[in-house]
Design a binder for this molecule. Sequence first.
Ligand SMILES: [Zn+2]
Length: 311
Amino acid sequence: MALKALMYHYVRSDREDLPYFKHLHIEDFRRQLDWLAASEGFADRAAFMEALEGGPLPDGVVLTFDDGFADHHDHVLPELERRGLWGIFYVPTGPLAGETMLDVHRVHLLLGRHDATTVAARLQHEISDDMIDQEKKEEFRKQTYKWQRNPDDVLFVKRMLNYFLLPQHRGAVLDELMKHFFGAEEETLLAELYMKPAQVRALHEAGMIVGSHTVSHPVMSRLPTAEQEREIADSVTFLENILEERIITFCYPYGGKATFTDETERLLTKHGIRFSFAVEPRDIAANDLRARPQALPRYDCNMFPHGQCRN
Ligand SMILES: [Zn+2]
């Protein structure tokens, strides 16, 4: 037996207008909960909280849900309530405040609507050499060569938009792609993608834990300290105002080891955060809670039975 945290993103049924969209099907989510109940069990909420204060390590699974999707209110919450389970929901507050769609989710929608070859071709059309990070250019040339011989268009689109394009061009290129493929429909998709404040309140009132996931979902380690602090402080304040309760947990956007620093961990502690989740596929040990509660390991749900996307 052991203590494990699992990470989920989209949980929904298939949609005809997004035939390539990568998501965990709600039926597979139910099957996975059945499987977890039978094989691992679920960690008791009070016991988990006591473990953070030095109590014994509980066994079982802690469920976590990232990015503030309406999916979590509409599909996950009823399922957890039906089973008497609890979860932690990490909400980026920019989208919650009704701002724009996060770039990472615009890429998912682009690749969800059309086959990747179509998106890749349009992307090629929108970019020029001077928009690409010079330091990454050599790597880009090698990759492009590889892609031309053995085209992996999904990888090309993701790497270009998330990594090779200079940050100051990324937004504008995504604007053009969204305009081209979705037009005015982006507004509708934005309105239905994320939870509204009242839905986040409903999660909280149903006994779920709501945590910070920054304002704008940046790679924290790439930001100067002052900007990291603003991402943490502003998101915590926003959630505390909605919920009228202290926010004590956080999870890192993207979440791999390179996406945050000691400085980020220090800032989190300074702003009242008791524990934070990263992405690292291993169990939570007693020493993680004691020695480094701001970098707890967490598995992707796709590493366990029924947790994979269908398409
Ligand atoms: Zn995220």
